[in-house]
Ligand binder design. Structure first.
Ligand code: SAM
Length: 452
């Protein structure tokens, strides 16, 4: 059987697409391998959100080139957002790449690989195609958590963001196809699903008849076997009172929301074209906390957006204190080709971005730790989903509000849903990287991760 090695960069949507590709290629008799050295086909599922992500891919391609010299029959492919953004330029810069294909061509991956193999000529497929729900997936023994993409694309037009270029306009999958996929997952033993979309709370507007995320959550809630439902990423602009009530009222939906703020300064938010002010965002937080007491909150923040002054940055840090986020993802602004902010004249020097990045992380870590301490002494249900990568003596799992909890003395712990077996004080505040390191092992290598 030929062997496939998959390397995934970027958001959960890429993780989801990688699983689909592994499933589709399994139907073509490809077997997953954890190492590139014995692979016949190596696919890199890429992210273009920041330049750093792209640099990592090109440096990995540089390493793989040597491997191809030793084993010339190996095919190397690049898929995902970089494929869509750079198209033929990828093969110009990395001639060892045999095939490049965008998200719309994922359903035809088997045919593309066969064509590259048969002709020996470079394959490039980055055109548009109708939205297809692919449910193929690799063998998932004992998998408790799964992602389910509910919509593709984004139409927000944030001036920093390349997603509208790489993933196109918003297109929602039908509620029936999503529920069918969740049913299949539940039958395979999955207990927690995360519904994915770049602006997941804009779900359903483009369907006929139109629907919304709150209605979808109710449908998914009815699927027997599923115990927890998460969704990401929400945009404050589309956060409705109806969805906030659904977080409270739909039993399996967890009390946690990832709500990207990006900046705490109205001046910067306007230049980012986010469609809300800091006052509006705070109103939403007040509504969330009033409707869903104790809700956990996380966010994405960008430092060094063009024109960001010290006072703008301080307003962002102030929002972290005011909202009291449980977890914060900080990104240094990165100029992306084809986006309006890339040509703004007042770009911020890299050393100032780096300084603001570490200052903001300091505030976020302090605020997050205080939120964790507030849970001390409480007994919470934990979905135990594996063994810590750093320490095989520790089992790892998450509370409903997304706290990672590691427990010592659990060598070989069986994954499962434990009610009340792990107390919050047994855990600790886990930073993003530690949290990621605690993810269950997967044959699909994951190179870097951030929320969709
Ligand atoms: N769709 C979501 C939204 O806009 O709210 C976020 C999706 S994006 C994949 C994840 C995060 O990457 C964004 O929330 C943003 O903080 C960050 N990001 C996007 N473009 C960026 C850029 N050009 N430079 C730095 N960070 C960026």
């Amino acid at each position: 059987m030929p062997k496939l090695h998959l390397i995934t960069y970027g958001c959960q949507m890429n993780e989801y697409d990688s699983e689909r590709v592994a499933g589709l290629l399994r139907d073509e008799r490809y077997e997953l391998t954890a190492t590139p050295q014995d692979a016949d086909l190596i696919l890199l599922n890429t992210c273009a959100i920041r330049e750093k992500c792209e640099d990592k891919v090109f440096s990995r391609l540089g390493e793989l080139k040597h491997l191809k010299r030793e084993r010339p029959h190996v095919l190397i492919g690049v898929m995902g957002c970089m494929a869509q953004l750079w198209q033929g330029k990828i093969q110009e810069r990395a001639p060892s790449v045999d095939l490049v294909f965008g998200s719309a061509a994922v359903s035809r991956v088997g045919e593309l690989v066969a064509r590259a193999r048969a002709t020996g000529a470079p394959v490039l497929e980055t055109g548009e195609a109708p939205l297809v729900k692919i449910t193929a997936r690799p063998e998932a023994v004992g998998q408790l958590k799964a992602f389910v993409t509910v919509m593709e694309g984004c139409e927000k037009g944030c001036t920093f963001c390349v997603v509208p270029v790489t993933r196109g306009r918003e297109r929602s999958h039908s509620p029936a196809s999503i529920v069918a996929e969740v049913r299949e997952l539940a039958a395979a033993g999955v207990r927690e699903v995360t519904l994915l979309g770049q602006t997941v709370n804009a779900y359903g507007r483009d369907l006929a008849p139109a629907t919304d995320l709150a209605a979808l959550l109710e449908l998914v809630d009815e699927v027997e076997g599923i115990e927890r439902i998460r969704f990401t990423t929400s945009n404050p602009y589309n956060l409705t009172p109806r969805l906030i009530r659904a977080i409270r009222d739909v039993p399996k939906v967890v009390e946690y929301l990832h709500l990207p703020l990006q900046s705490g300064s109205d001046r910067v938010l306007a230049r980012m074209h986010r469609g809300y002010t800091r006052a509006r965002y705070l109103e939403l937080i007040a509504e969330l906390e009033e409707t869903v007491p104790g809700i956990a909150l996380s966010t994405d923040l960008i430092v060094g957006f063009p024109g960001e002054e010290e006072e703008d940055f301080e307003q962002t840090a102030d929002m972290v204190e005011r909202v009291g986020y449980d977890n914060v993802f900080v990104f240094r602004y990165s100029r992306r080709p084809g986006t309006p902010a890339a040509t703004m004249l007042d770009q911020v020097p890299e050393e100032i971005k780096a300084q603001r990045n570490s200052r903001l992380l300091e505030v976020a870590t302090r605020v997050g730790a205080a939120r964790s301490r507030a849970l001390e002494g409480r007994v919470l249900p934990i979905l135990v989903d594996g063994v810590s990568r750093k320490n095989p003596d520790e089992a790892t799992g998450r509370t409903r509000c997304n706290r990672v909890v590691n427990r010592r003395g659990c060598r070989g712990a069986r994954a499962g849903h434990r009610r009340g077996v792990a107390a919050a004080q047994g855990g600790r505040h886990v930073s993003r990287n530690e949290g990621e390191a605690a993810r269950p092992r997967s044959p699909v290598e994951h190179a870097h991760h951030h929320p969709a």
